[in-house]
Design a protein around this ligand. Structure first.
Ligand code: LLP
Length: 407
């Protein structure tokens, strides 16, 4: 089945349009490069994701959007209005989620390096603190218990299980293997559960997994849910939730367009795996937490840039644009593919490398791409830049951080 993931981009009369407006007109008075987002598409993905959970009979789903993918204020307030919770990994993200009005009881806090200050802040949120600290080590649990005791609070915690699976994705964003720094092995979780002194001011409310990002197929996910379920069944504590993490990918390439698991296939996989390995074996009925990032925001955004000049060297043609790896680091960091589109389509194409202004060879958005012969000032768009674009931007080479606009 072909996986159709809606996008705001479309050519109309050879003009590239974003949510129906031409890119030329949108960019006319704006300084490039800038990020451009579509609220319509953002809403589409969040709503599709939650409806698909309901359709697939996921038990009381709680969607905790992973802020690291895109923490723009309007993105967060839109998601909050739609009912989203948040997955945060720093006090900075936590504050952003709270200022968007997200209920602390819909916030999970992941990450291997939560500091004393961050734990204290999260414990003091609202009446009961946050929904869950997703704990990644025994040392962290010890610290949370200590701080909660001082604060006279009870911290809600979940263990992040390292399920020892190898997710098929780029090695930099695979997180579920025993050599990775993430999560706890099941033996260590059993040891922690048995250590009474760790539980005076903490309550075990859930278990979580997150095995990697830009997942296109579901084998490792099923295996991880099996491991999660076995562990949950082996614990005496009845759990309030099972958190299956994030990770569902989007179609950056033509190949991914054909083989990527759709949202519906993903939900059906999660639902069937939980039924098979957990719900069918017990009377307990914990709810399911999701931590999606990329699938919610990836397709809603593009990076808009202008051609600075072109250059030919030997047989190589370069289209030099004003966006660089400091604006969108994914191609440089993961050799990630992003489609680059001209603002006017043309039948006459040349083969060119699209490169940025940064003094590094890896500052390249694509090699040997087919594009029309562009000239200075023309607009090009880097597609699928809504996730891990602006949030990973830097000032490298003393460049300004690109602004973000909605249509
Ligand atoms: N939950 C946890 C604990 C995570 O570490 C992540 C992502 C997510 C949820 C959300 O995963 P998603 O649904 O977005 O795949 N910068 C990389 C991606 C790094 C992902 C890190 N963790 C990229 O640009 O591909």
């Amino acid at each position: 089945m072909k996986n159709i993931l809606p996008s705001p981009l479309q050519y109309k009369n050879n003009q590239l349009c974003f949510d129906g407006k031409t890119l030329e007109s949108i960019a006319a008075k704006k300084r490039t490069p800038f990020y451009l987002y579509s609220k319509k598409i953002l809403r589409h993905y969040y709503e599709y994701f939650s409806k698909s959970a309901a359709k697939n009979e996921i038990v009381s789903p709680l969607v905790c959007y992973a802020l690291k993918a895109n923490s723009n204020k309007e993105v967060l307030s839109t998601l909050k209005t739609l009912g989203s919770g948040a997955d945060v990994v720093s006090v900075g993200e936590l504050k952003k989620a709270l200022s968007a009005g997200i209920d602390p009881q819909k916030i999970v806090f992941s990450g291997v390096a939560k500091t004393e200050e961050e734990i204290r802040f999260a414990l003091r949120c609202g009446k009961k603190g946050i929904y869950s600290f997703n704990v990644e080590s025994i040392e962290e649990l010890e610290l949370i218990n200590q701080i909660a005791r001082k604060e006279k609070r009870q911290a809600r915690v979940a263990f992040r299980l390292n399920p020892r699976v190898a997710a098929k994705t780029h090695k930099h964003i695979s997180t579920g293997n025993k050599t990775h720094k993430f999560g706890l092995l099941k033996e260590d979780i059993h040891e922690a559960v048995a250590a009474k002194h760790l539980w005076t001011n903490t309550t075990l409310v859930g278990l979580s997994i997150h095995i990697g990002s830009q997942l296109t197929e579901m084998k490792a996910t099923v295996k991880a849910i099996e491991e999660l379920s076995k562990l949950a069944l082996s614990l005496e504590t009845p759990l309030e939730f099972l958190d299956v993490g994030g990770g569902l990918g989007i179609d950056y390439t033509a190949e991914e367009k054909l083989k990527l698991a759709s949202i519906d296939q993903y939900m059906a996989t999660v639902s069937q795996a939980l039924e098979k390995y957990y719900y069918s074996k017990t009377d307990h009925c914990p709810r399911v937490v999701f931590e999606p990032g990329r699938i919610i925001v990836g397709k809603m955004g593009v990076l808009v840039s202008r051609v600075v000049r072109t250059k030919t060297s030997d047989n190589n043609h370069f289209t030099i644009i004003d966006a660089g790896m400091n604006d969108l680091i994914r191609p440089a960091l993961y050799e990630a593919y992003h489609e680059v589109l001209p603002s006017k389509s043309s039948k006459k194409m040349i083969t060119t490398d699209i490169v940025g202004p940064i003094c590094e060879t890896s500052d390249c958005f694509g090699t040997k791409r087919k594009l029309p012969k562009l000239t200075a000032g023309e607009i090009v768009v880097i597609d699928n830049a809504g996730a891990y674009g602006q949030t990973m931007a830097s000032n490298y080479n003393e460049r300004e951080i690109a602004k973000e606009y909605f249509v």
